[in-house]
Write a protein that binds this ligand. Structure first.
Ligand SMILES: Cc1cc2nc3c(=O)[nH]c(=O)nc-3n(C[C@H](O)[C@H](O)[C@H](O)COP(=O)(O)O)c2cc1C
Length: 169
């Protein structure tokens, strides 16, 4: 079974979630965890696609919000391109491909924060993919901007990946 986890991350938190999800999935089958910058555009042969990115201005990032994120850290950014652009570049996906989406965001009511995972799910459904679990969010510390995940979120991401693996296997 080929499992592909594609992440976009500016400040590192979503990359940490993606690695934890991959670790959880690996209990069922090995998972490739790939930065969106290097993600394949041809999904032939993929049995489960999991995608995740940071929530920016209530949804998926755009070039301007990625620049704003980059301005908020003295460290390197992880992704140069965005999930939105990668999804736009996919002309098709295998019919009924099982997929799951996640994001990172601030821990407040979703109506206030938005969630990139919802937009990701919408795009994938439009491509004919089949969501196997509801879109999920993992929470970041808010100050400083690059403080990373809240305590316990990496473990929760690993458990989410493990549960997802069991469903698909
Ligand atoms: C330009 C910008 C806009 C943001 N907008 C939101 C938002 O609308 N809702 C939210 O919950 N978090 C928002 N955030 C916080 C991000 O979700 C947070 O930086 C991200 O989860 C960190 O992931 P990363 O470390 O992988 O980049 C925003 C951050 C930036 C830089």
């Amino acid at each position: 079974m080929r499992i592909l986890v594609v992440f976009e991350s500016m400040l590192g938190a979503t990359e940490e979630v993606a690695e934890a999800v991959g670790k959880g999935l690996a209990v069922s089958a090995p998972a490739e965890v790939v930065n969106v910058d290097k993600a394949p555009r041809d999904l032939t042969g993929v049995d489960l696609l999991v995608i995740g990115g940071p929530t920016h201005v209530h949804g998926m990032s755009r070039a301007a919000t990625r620049k704003s994120a980059a301005d908020q850290t003295s460290g390197p950014v992880r992704s140069r391109t965005g999930m939105r652009e990668w999804l736009d570049s996919l002309e098709s996906a295998p019919g009924g491909l099982p997929v799951a989406t996640f994001d990172t965001r601030v821990e407040k009511a979703r109506v206030l924060t938005g969630a990139a995972s919802l937009g990701e799910a919408k795009r994938l459904r439009r491509l004919g993919c089949r969501l196997v679990v509801p879109a999920e969010s993992f929470f970041v510390e808010t100050s400083p901007a690059d403080a990373g995940l809240k305590s316990g979120e990496a473990e929760r991401a690993e458990a989410w990946g493990a549960a997802l693996g069991r469903i698909v296997a």
